[in-house]
Design a protein around this ligand. Structure first.
Ligand SMILES: Nc1nc2c(ncn2[C@@H]2O[C@H](COP(=O)(O)O[C@H]3[C@@H](O)[C@H](n4cnc5c(=O)[nH]c(N)nc54)O[C@@H]3COP(=O)(O)O)[C@@H](O)[C@H]2O)c(=O)[nH]1
Length: 736
């Protein structure tokens, strides 16, 4: 009966999943249920009887159990619900909540203890994971270095998963290689060997996972084909399996891999997949945060568009290079480089294209510049180069600048369009042109400005005279602004005549400046400056309005309408609002568009033919007349001219100057006249000063003329007299 009871009792306790055990005073098993035996890899629980923990577990673990249990038996006080762990036979760590009670006989003597332990691994893991994650997140938030964070992350994983050796590799996107990130428990020699491995479709677990963006599970490195070329690397370190999971960024880019290596066979554990997911998420946060910080640091000192050091860096770097140059008594050159007419690229093609142009320009310059030379994006379309060593000597420096000029000017293509930009450069050399960074920059800028003034697409070396000139220019510019506000500008009108009949065909408006101190300043002195500074916009608007106002007044005074010609500069022409402004001004003054002629130069057409055709077509559609000024000085091809809706060609006065005697000029003038005829355009000669010139023009078939012989530029009142016929006879006399 007792045997029967014992059998039933045995069946019951073996069904219980908690550990149930009894030990004697020497901590030897007297009883253990099946759950205890199973986790220890012992088939029959009775085989445990008589054994101590020291015979089953590691010394350290056995000592811990023994200490606790002896304490319970010595004091007679039970130890209830405390946490400890067991290492199972398959290597798993099992967390248990244990209670150990003294076993007292009826005589009150303690004969041993009874223990019961409940599996709390899942809860414990969650707790450990949460506190571990909080610790890692705190490390990330407080900006601890990435290797430290990743190390801590892997240590946390290794504590959770016994037998696992963690590794994090970082993907270098540019090279497609995996670099060492952290691996606190893997042998350094192994890490060194896999550092820099190129990712691919069959490159072990990590190289493949990074390449495919998918987890790769290799349970047996020795037989898996992915490891065939690499298994010899793992063998000396006893690594037998490797599970690798890609670390993915928030925008689905592979940042690296998280791998779990083992040295012995593994048991699948459901908790692992959650742990892996949490680990790669934390690793991604840490890596992304670090990269974002690196990027912020980079951007603080570098320009985002070109990647070049930015203006903030210039002062520090230039000072350092200057100190070196002073110590070694070597030369140093500061080069200011500015893209010509960049504003019109932006205005006409948009900022996206403008950005691309700047990127290409900076790449081209960087390519011809040796690596040890400094290039800075100074801002907008300006770059500063600091050239040191032998390259700062005159000849090598000149050939470097010539090379830069050439590479920048090479055509570039976007979206089926071909662009060509040029740059203007100015150079100041230490010590000749200045001994401080500030002065060298200032003088290089002055020299660059001089390059612009001398026609752009060139380079100039600083000359002391330039500073004086630019100081004067700055003063003049400011005075021009004031002059515009204080009505110091006025217009003169130069008549244009039909050469055969002497009939007045038009009036060219020419702006004049009555400077309070300098007297009359010629436009040749201030138009280029106004153009360079952008002030031409306001000045040009004023001219347009004044011409229309005056034209209206003449008509109101009873004169027949006359063609009014105005000069339109490059910058004005690039203004997208020009067409609308012209339309409004004409309409406000009641002038028909056919009585306004815009004179534009050939160079303006060559610069940006697409924009020129579009803008001219809009003007022409409105009815405004269009003349090419200074014709013959540019390179307009016949085919280019055909595309333009022009009405008149104005032969440049340099061809007229010697036309009476120079057969070369005669040939050119005849060619222009027949070209005009071919294109159906009126031809007018400017700068007609002598009767002989006029005679030649008449015989060549040139219809119209303008020049001192025919009529000087004159004020509105004089023109009124001309329109009334008072001056007419005088002019006609000279003209005929
Ligand atoms: N964008 C604007 N440019 C303008 C405006 N007003 C003038 N200008 C340009 O300035 C340049 C110099 O002009 P200016 O000193 O007025 O000279 C003009 C005439 O006086 C001069 N001219 C006329 N006849 C003769 C001559 O027989 N001989 C001789 N040596 N010079 C002569 O030519 C100038 C007009 O040239 P053009 O415009 O090419 O017809 C000049 O480039 C002007 O265009 C303005 O409002 N806006």
């Amino acid at each position: 009966m007792l045997a029967e009871k014992t059998k039933w009792l045995r069946l019951v306790v073996d069904q219980v999943s908690d550990y149930l055990f009894v030990k004697d005073r020497e901590c030897r098993f007297v009883f253990a249920n099946h759950a205890v035996a199973e986790d220890l890899g012992i088939e029959n629980a009775s085989d445990l009887l008589g054994r101590t923990d020291a015979e089953i577990h590691s010394q350290q673990l056995a000592r811990k159990y023994e200490t606790d249990e002896l304490e319970v038996m010595r004091t007679g006080v039970p130890k209830i619900d405390f946490e400890e762990f067991v290492i199972c036979q398959d290597g798993r760590r099992k967390w248990v909540s244990s209670s150990k009670f003294p076993l007292r006989g009826e005589d009150g003597v303690i004969y041993g203890l009874f223990g019961i332990s409940r599996d709390i691994t899942a809860r414990k893991r969650t707790e450990l994971l949460m506190s571990g994650q909080a610790r890692i997140l705190e490390m990330i938030a407080t900006g601890r270095p990435l290797p430290q964070v990743l190390d801590a992350l892997l240590t946390m994983i290794e504590e959770q998963l016994d037998g696992v050796l963690g590794s994090i590799l970082l993907l270098d996107e540019a090279s497609g290689r995996l670099l060492h990130g952290a691996a606190p428990s893997l042998p350094k020699a192994y890490c060194d060997q896999i550092h820099g491995v190129e990712i691919g479709p069959a490159v072990g677990s990590c190289g493949t996972a990074a390449f495919t963006g998918k987890p790769v599970i290799v349970d047996d490195i020795t037989t898996d084909p992915l490891w065939e070329p690499y298994k010899a690397l793992a063998a000396p370190f006893g690594l037998t399996s490797c599970w690798s999971t890609p670390v993915i960024s928030h925008d689905r880019k592979v940042l690296g891999t998280f791998a779990m290596y083992r040295r012995s066979g593994r048991i699948k554990d459901v908790a692992e997949s959650q742990l892996i997911a949490d680990t790669v998420r934390l690793a991604a946060i840490a890596i992304e945060r670090t990269r974002a910080e690196e990027r912020i640091r980079f951007l603080a000192g570098n320009d985002m568009l070109t990647g070049l050091p930015n203006r903030r860096e210039l002062g520090r770097k230039l000072e350092a290079l200057l100190s070196e140059a002073k110590l070694s008594t070597s030369k140093l050159a500061v080069v200011f480089c500015d893209v010509d007419r960049f504003k019109s690229v932006n205005d006409n093609f948009g900022h996206a294209i403008g950005d691309m142009v700047l990127q290409i320009v900076s790449e081209r310059i960087r390519e011809v510049l040796p690596d040890d030379q400094l290039m800075i994006r100074f801002g907008g379309d300006e770059f500063v180069l600091v050239i040191t060593g032998d390259l700062a000597e005159l000849e090598p420096l000149q050939s470097l600048l010539a090379r830069i000029r050439c590479v920048v000017a090479e055509p570039m293509q976007f979206a089926g369009q071909t662009f060509r930009v040029t740059c203007s450069m100015g150079t100041a050399v230490f010590p000749r042109d200045g001994e401080t960074a500030e002065l060298l920059l200032q003088h290089a800028d002055t020299a660059m400005y001089q390059s612009k003034k001398s026609g752009r697409d060139t380079f100039q070396f600083y000359d002391r005279m330039m500073s004086e000139g630019s100081l004067m220019d700055l003063t003049l510019l400011e005075e021009m602004r004031v002059g515009l506000e204080h009505n110091q500008f006025f217009l003169e009108y130069q008549p244009q005549f039909e050469l055969t009949s002497g009939k007045l065909t038009g009036l060219e408006a020419l702006v004049r400046w009555n400077h309070p101190r300098l007297g009359r300043v010629p436009p040749g002195r201030f138009i280029a400056l106004a153009e360079e500074s952008g002030l031409i916009g306001s000045l040009g608007n004023w001219v347009l309005e004044e011409v229309c106002r005056q034209g209206r007044q003449w008509r109101d005074n009873g004169h027949a309408p006359v063609l009014l010609a105005i000069n339109v500069s490059q910058r004005q022409f690039s203004d997208a609002n020009l067409v609308e402004r012209v339309r409004k001004t004409l309409s406000a003054n009641g002038i028909e568009p056919g009585y306004l002629e815009l004179e534009i130069t050939e160079s303006l057409l060559a610069e940006n033919p697409e924009m020129a055709v579009a803008r001219l077509s809009d003007m022409r559609a409105m009815g405004v007349k269009l003349a090419i000024d200074d014709f013959g000085t540019g390179y307009s091809s016949l085919s280019a001219l055909r595309r333009l809706p022009l009405t008149r060609l104005k032969i440049d006065r340099t061809f007229i100057q010697n036309v009476a005697s120079d057969s070369g000029d005669q040939g050119i003038v005849r060619a222009i006249v027949s070209l005009g005829r071919e294109l159906g355009l009126t031809v007018i000669a400017e700068g007609v000063e002598t009767a002989a010139q006029k005679e030649f023009l008449l015989h060549s078939g040139c219809e119209c003329g303008q020049g001192y012989l025919l009529g000087m530029p004159m004020g509105a009142e004089e023109i009124e007299r001309l329109l009334s016929g008072g001056l007419r006879s005088q002019i006609h006399e000279i003209a005929s």
